[in-house]
Design a protein around this ligand. Sequence first.
Ligand code: AZC
Length: 835
Amino acid sequence: VEASIPEPLREAWRKHSAAEFTSKDEFEREFVRHIETTLARSLYNCDELAAYSGTALAFRDRLIIEWNRTQQRQTFTDQKRVYYLSLEFLMGRALDNAMLNVGMKDVARDGLADLGFRIEDAISQEHDAALGNGGLGRLAACFLDSMATLNYPAWGYGLRYRYGIFKQEIVNGYQMEIPDYWLDNNPWEFPRHDITVDIQFYGHVRKYQDEDGKVCHSWEAGETVQAVAYDVPIPGYRTKTTNNLRLWSSKASSGEFDFQKFNAGDYESAVADQQTAETISAVLYPNDNLERGKELRLKQQYFWCAASLYDIVRRFKKTNRAWSEFPDQVAIQLNDTHPTLAIVELQRILIDVEGLEWDEAWRIVIGTFGYTNHTVLPEALEKWSVPLMQNLLPRHLQIIYDINLFFLQSVEKRFPNDRDMLSRVSIIEESHPKMVRMAHIAIIGSHKVNGVAELHSDLIKTTIFKDFVEIYGPDRFTNVTNGITPRRWLHQANPALSALIAEKLGGYEFLTDLTLLDKLEAFVDDKKFRQEWAHIKANNKLRLARLIKDVTGYSVNPNSLFDVQVKRIHEYKRQQLNIFGVIHRYLSLKAMTPEERKKVVPRVSIFGGKAAPGYWMAKSIIYLINSVAAVVNKDDEIGDLLKVIFIEDYNVSKAEIICPASDISEHISTAGTEASGTSNMKFVLNGGLIIGTCDGANIEITREIGEQNIFLFGNLAEDVEDLRHRHFYGGFQLDPQLKRVFETIKEGTFGDPSSFNSLISSIEEHGDYYLVSDDFNSYIATHEMVDKEFQNQEEWLAKSITSVARMGFFSMDRVTNEYADSIWNVEPLDIADEA
Ligand code: AZC
């Protein structure tokens, strides 16, 4: 309160309050001012990086103004807020997005041209903000964009990693990992050195009685680390709302610097302690769909949850409301189980610090939280060892045991004498050591649990969380099928297509109401429109061909069929199926006569994606792809008929170039393993067709666009269990075409075959868990159909246009509104009548 200027003095402030630039001239003035003062450079010393910085700083000023106003507006109206807790935010670049959202990109383009720069060159200087692994982190970023665009009062909370996801380099065909130090020249974050929270770890719990004789608990910490807030403005598209993403950075607590050591002359070890504190937010764990139970990871989780909750509770307490109103003011969404400790922490604050009774506190907790599950893969389900938790968070472990006790008591009442049920649903797994099952806490402590596509949401109800459906009834479980933001994934990534659509629909309203795309279907037979559509795809393919030349040195023929699979490398996503298919294609081409080859559609098989550094099998897949590329791409007999490309360091900004350029993309996970997938949506929205299994959101994409517009193949989720069983017990026969592929590899066609032993033996000998052999035949047959249909370009174009027209359902805005209605119970802020 003391920081607030008294009313009589405010006039002077208002007179000088910052104003946005509104013209090209003003933009240029702001740009030059930043170059000359903020950056201390000049027109004699301004390279493209400086031009990027100057532009970003000019736009940043605009965002800050709107951002401050948004925060004031939200405080003033005091509506319920949403807090999205995610350990990952895969944001990509911010400048282009900010320019498009503010609506001043053309102004900036002209201004930069006056000053000697191409806007594209400035944009491409920006380092991706890559604080995530894959789909889960990118979904969080799409949420932020959509919540701001729809004017929801919403905050994101995450960690400010010093190192984001590693940079991938391919050296002699192998993946190498380079640390991604991304914070230099990052104008988008604001350190808030005044917003800090001391976070406790270790220590012990002291039990005592208060004046009324009530038994209380106090956690006496063994170590304290300071959380410092860094804020990132999140502009909505063509709205005044600019929301906040708050990222916490760890620092030695001011009291922590060990003065005894210091005075004893042990300066170095005092500094070393300081560095230990800083390691908490140092690095993003690079695993996608895999948990490894490392203590530092648990520390990250608690550090971030505790700091965020402290902040949320502090904000709530300023309103002087009764605690019972907390869930009417606050909705917290848990992006997977990573923030589950927030449930325990809120219960701890309410009972230990605020003195509420257990039951009242627990009602508040459940009313506040929602939990989104993103995977059924067992290796990704988080469990923490009890001894580890006991040591790091002794009070939280007690509370977890109490939550479990009350829960199991209630289950026992409803299901007497079912001991198996009790041990299955218990938060504690009775293993050695005992483990805390985080998903169970998340379900028990939330009022809604959702999956991310229909099949996935059904699967969690019938498999991993079946018992909880019996206990709570089906209402606690729901589905919200994922989506993507059309701002980044159509308008920004594919400006020409966006402009063509706008021309046909009479404006850009489709960017905020994607269902309007359906009006495009009326133009499917319009000759000129088709030509323009085809022309845009051709240009996007040229742009990708240039990127390929840049990063791999290979030239590809842009008239080939571009076949793309870009995503994290994982056995369940089955890049191995794809590359085995490529080898099969190569063998078929080699066996053809020159006459036959003339009829073949030339193809470029494009791969991209990172493997977790410790995931040997995924790394072998990358090595195989590159080994096949090395042989095929220099085979003169084959020439343009087949090229194999691995684009290194796949990330958000590369995805923006790749997605608009595909003819076909591959979403070919073993049925029942990919919860949703979101790149499938990006490719279709950009006019690419897809080949896919009946898995995740592919199923709903098919329902929306029509099954004649998608290439589906492979076994169904309901048959997977039987098929797996047959590999061990039912006379399984390796697919003969796949066998031929394996023989070729074993002959050494692609180099030393021992490098690929484990890849092959996992299928031939170890049960083929991902059913590569079972799906191989239909995969190959479906690719033959793709070749055939691609030759009829008119039909292909019709499919492409029709599909885009029917993609309205997959807008992130639909997703955000569904969460708001069915999980958060929040309303957007009405900003219409404001000046
Ligand atoms: C991913 C799913 O694998 C992917 O199918 C989904 O589209 C995405 O989440 C967004 O919901 N999951 C993860 O990235 N990670 C975990 C732990 O599930």
